[in-house]
Write a protein that binds this ligand. Structure first.
Ligand code: TRP
Length: 454
């Protein structure tokens, strides 16, 4: 199992790894979640804290995930087993991979529901259903969609099928090829949307909103959400990037790849913010709309602005594509694991796991009708999964991986895999991964627990 390319093969080119990791990290997190949590938690200060988390927690952790994956060339469960043994530690570290696969399933289940909304909006935009729509109508359209589980079922099922198709055909022919076409398309569409947003004349308002710094507005919960989002947006804490790292060539520089991925993911989130908020402000809508932000406010905005239907259609189509490439990475660790564990083919692994994910998604689909009475602290199943995975599971997974990479894996091994350009850089990484990441994440947890109980 320790052949140089592993049983899953490798990316066709270094850039494909970077594109794939970008395809994973750029998704609903950047486009659906980042704008609405930024709106809810007050803008500038939240954004600044989020950027800080990306830089100090996200990037070192991403390096750790990639190095572990590449070392073993296996799915997270087996990769951590192998790397632990290589460092003379217990193979039980592999259990962490299980936590990751479970997180992946849970995230996938609500991710697919949002994808179902997007599917509906693409069709609605194409069908001209939002022509001349006002704020109240738009809100009731969204509310109606939430209570229409059967119609969401189409989008959900289609999404699961699309994701599983990519996984079934495998790395080279599936993901590799899909991503080559999807990423350039994404960049093109964001450019169009930005030009459009600039033409509303509200760009200065959006800039002020996103970058105004005021320490007083940073609550403990905002810190937790900003940190959780750093994990979510970079696809960290569950082994997705570790699995992609398993397909990375031996000679590629991990540091350079991580910088590119972190920079572009952040850039795209900020650009999306700059594309979304001018439109929101130009239409006198509230930035604090919550998870419905892009679904309620944007159609109104698109309806009020010239050429809005076509742009709305393109926008939601683009969101759908990014959701697709991200969701693939949520399930890839499980598929790779099943292939390794049971020696079955990818198609069968994808089929079985897809079926399981579909079923779980159907339950989440009913968060707003049949199961709407099922709530924990006023969060329905959808909100709960959304909150708990980002703000609990992923950070916990992150602590575990950082402890593993910093304290359990031997320094010779990490240094040899990372091969950073200077010893000084390696020391910085080690310091971050040993102390900064686990302590900072734990501290934010403690502050929040303290706030809840006292
Ligand atoms: N990063 C993606 C987004 O921003 C979501 C995602 C894909 C993810 N794979 C992941 C989140 C793994 C956490 C872990 O939408």
């Amino acid at each position: 199992m320790h052949a140089s390319a592993g049983i899953h093969g490798t990316w066709s080119h270094r850039w494909v790894f970077i594109l794939a990791a970008l395809g994973s990290s750029i998704g609903l997190g950047n486009i659906w979640k980042f704008p609405y949590i930024t709106g809810e938690y007050g803008g500038g200060t939240f954004v600044l804290f989020y950027l800080l988390c990306i830089l100090t927690i996200g990037l070192p952790l991403m390096m750790a995930e990639i190095l572990i994956g590449r070392r073993a060339r296996l799915s997270p469960v087996h990769a951590m087993q192998l790397v632990a043994q290589e460092s003379g530690a217990s193979p039980r570290w592999g259990w962490l991979g299980w936590l990751g696969m479970i997180s992946g399933f849970l995230i996938f289940s609500f991710y697919s529901v949002v994808a179902a909304w997007i599917f509906d909006y693409v069709l609605a935009m194409a069908g001209g259903q939002f022509v001349g729509i006002g704020a109240t109508q738009s809100a009731s359209y969204f509310a109606q969609l939430l209570h229409d589980a059967p119609s969401m079922l189409y989008g959900h099922s289609l999404f699961v099928v699309l994701v599983m198709l990519v996984l079934a055909v495998g790395l080279r022919r599936g993901l590799d090829r899909a991503i080559r076409y999807l990423m350039p398309m994404l960049v093109l569409l964001i450019g169009v949307l930005l030009a459009y947003a600039a033409s509303t004349g509200y760009m200065p308002h959006a800039l002020r909103f996103l970058f105004r710094f005021d320490l007083g507005t940073l609550s403990a919960e905002a810190m937790l959400v900003a940190m959780g989002h750093a994990f979510f947006t970079l696809s960290l804490g569950m082994g997705a990037i570790m699995t992609y790292g398993a397909y990375l060539g031996r000679n590629e520089s991990i540091g350079r790849a991580v910088l590119t991925i972190g920079l572009l993911d952040t850039l795209i989130a900020l650009l999306i913010g700059l594309a979304v908020f001018p439109v929101v402000f130009a239409s006198q809508l509230s930035a604090e709309a919550g998870p419905g932000l892009i679904f309620i406010t944007l159609p109104v905005a698109f309806a009020q602005l010239q050429g809005g239907q076509v742009l709305g259609f393109l926008f939601f189509l683009m969101v759908g594509f990014t959701a697709w490439t991200s969701a693939v990475s949520l399930m890839e660790p499980s598929v790779a694991w099943a292939v390794e564990r049971f020696r079955i083919g990818r198609p069968l692994a994808a089929l079985l796991l897809g079926l399981a994910a579909w079923l779980l998604g159907v339950a989440v689909l009913h968060s707003f009708d049949l199961l709407s009475h099922w709530q924990v602290r006023q969060l329905n199943l959808f909100d709960l999964l959304n909150f708990v995975t980002s703000n609990l599971f992923l950070p916990l997974g992150g602590i575990a991986v950082s402890v593993f990479a910093g304290w359990v894996v031997s320094r010779e091994l990490t240094a040899a895999e990372l091969r950073l350009s200077s010893d000084w850089l390696y020391r910085c990484w080690l310091l971050a991964i040993r102390y900064l990441v686990p302590l900072a994440v734990a501290l934010i947890f403690v502050i929040n627990l303290y706030n809840v109980w006292l």
